[in-house]
Design a protein around this ligand. Structure first.
Ligand SMILES: Nc1ncnc2c1ncn2[C@@H]1O[C@H](COP(=O)(O)OP(=O)(O)O)[C@@H](O)[C@H]1O
Ligand SMILES: [Mg+2]
Length: 340
């Protein structure tokens, strides 16, 4: 169940019903003048500027927009995600992100996913704004900046990030029923500040205690899906790539593709210790996968996406909880597991 009332949409019900709402269920934005500037408003006192392009992938564009509270004049900058193809409706992506945050809140991890702030209906498309993560860098770029640590020191930095990713993705996968389906370095952000902290998670009668420095955030639910945890029957699918025939959730798929991403980056293979590389190679020990990654790197990923899409292909050995248990046994300084 989700509620869209705070977005000005009179809806409370299942995610499945929410994503099927017609565009007309969303109050339209109207042009208005605020202190001589053109802004957009839905009559809720919040005004949005036109926005400047801040980035873009294959399917969407990210804009930086000003939001002004017309009553107290307070301004802040937020990100707006707009579809590249104007007929695409980003309501599905927004609803899955709202749902993921709501369910992660039960584990005090809502802050690891960006909060959708406004759902926007324009004449031909629907977009949404979200709170920006401040002072972050994406993990793809971060890997290129790691030059002075290698071997066990790199493993420590990497595994502290990986444990947090595994926890969030594991909860989404096996407890919440959501798969991300596009997990890679540029969809993972890490916080700049680095002070040693500890975290704990209770799930399925086990207590995970971990140490970390930089905090991890997951973005881009543009390919994500929701389904029944027990059967893998998909009921919601965002984006144009996968359909409802794709098993969702499919245990371990996000982690499998994430390890493919890491192994496909030469910089990762250069910096990781032999022990960590051996660990990753064992998880990816599927015919032709390692060779494919060594040859094409992070290009030509369609092959891997289609492999995961295949019902015959089982990714359960990459279940977050299995991988976490392995990390706890091999690197106990980073992660401990005990009976809750
Ligand atoms: N809430 C956010 N805060 C900070 N940076 C963000 C946020 N959302 C996205 N980004 C940055 O913008 C990039 C593109 O956004 P993303 O949602 O991944 O769109 P795309 O579908 O185009 O890949 C991300 O890789 C990330 O670096
Ligand atoms: Mg992205």
């Amino acid at each position: 169940m989700i509620s869209l009332k705070k977005y000005g949409i009179d809806f409370e019900g299942s995610v499945e019903d929410a994503v099927a709402l017609p565009l007309t269920a969303i109050p339209p934005m109207k042009m208005t003048l605020y202190k001589g500037t053109i802004m957009w408003s839905r009559g809720n006192g919040r005004l949005l500027s036109d926005g400047t392009k801040a980035g873009g992938g294959g399917y969407g564009d990210l804009y930086l927009v000003d939001v002004v509270d017309a009553i107290n004049g307070r301004r802040k900058k937020v990100y707006e995600k707009r579809p590249r193809e104007q007929q695409t409706n980003l309501l599905t992506e927004a609803c899955l992100q709202i749902y993921a945050r709501q369910e992660l809140a039960k584990y005090e991890l809502a802050h690891t996913v960006a909060e959708p702030l406004d759902i926007i209906r324009m004449p031909r498309y629907c977009s949404f704004t979200m709170a920006p993560f401040e002072g972050v860098i994406d993990l793809h770029a971060a890997l290129d900046l790691v030059i002075d640590i290698k071997g066990p020191a790199f493993d420590l930095w990497f595994l502290q990030l990986l444990v947090q990713i595994l926890i969030v993705i594991g909860l989404l996968d096996t407890e919440i029923g959501v798969n991300h389906r596009d997990l890679k370095g540029d969809n993972i952000l890490i916080s700049g500040q680095s002070r040693q902290r500890t975290g704990t998670l209770m799930v399925r009668g086990r207590k995970w205690s971990y140490t970390y420095m930089n905090e991890v955030y997951i973005v881009d639910f543009g390919f994500s899906c929701k389904g029944e945890v027990t059967t893998g029957n998909a009921s919601v699918s965002a984006g144009p790539f996968f359909g409802l025939h794709d098993t969702c959730p499919k245990e371990g798929r996000d982690i499998f593709i994430l390890f493919c991403y890491f192994y496909g980056r030469p910089v990762f293979r250069q910096l990781a210790s032999d022990r960590l590389l051996g660990f990753v190679r064992r998880l990816l020990a599927v015919p032709r996968v390692l060779e494919h990654l060594e040859r094409y790197g992070t290009e030509r990923t369609e092959y891997l996406y289609l492999l995961l899409n295949n019902r015959e292909f089982n990714s359960k050995h990459c279940s977050a909880w299995t991988v976490l248990a392995e990390i706890a046994s091999q690197w106990p300084a980073i992660l401990e597991v005990s009976a809750a």
